[in-house]
Design a protein. Structure first.
Length: 60
């Protein structure tokens, strides 16, 4: 794995965590309990990261 691949992976993880945090915050402000909001944020992180890895796999 080259340095460029590592940086791209870290960027994808950072974007996924930011999207998950935003999803958790929106769910929490929408009336969900904190546990449900964290679960929704975690599922958003997993979904975004899976989409990124699928796109990278399809590209190669």
């Amino acid at each position: 794995m080259t340095g460029l691949h590592l940086l791209a992976l870290l960027l994808a993880f950072s974007v996924a965590v930011h999207i998950g945090s935003a999803a958790a915050f929106v769910a929490w402000r929408g009336g969900a309990s904190p546990a449900v909001a964290v679960a929704m944020g975690g599922s958003a992180v997993g979904g975004v990261f899976a989409l990124y890895l699928a796109a990278v796999g399809a590209y190669h």
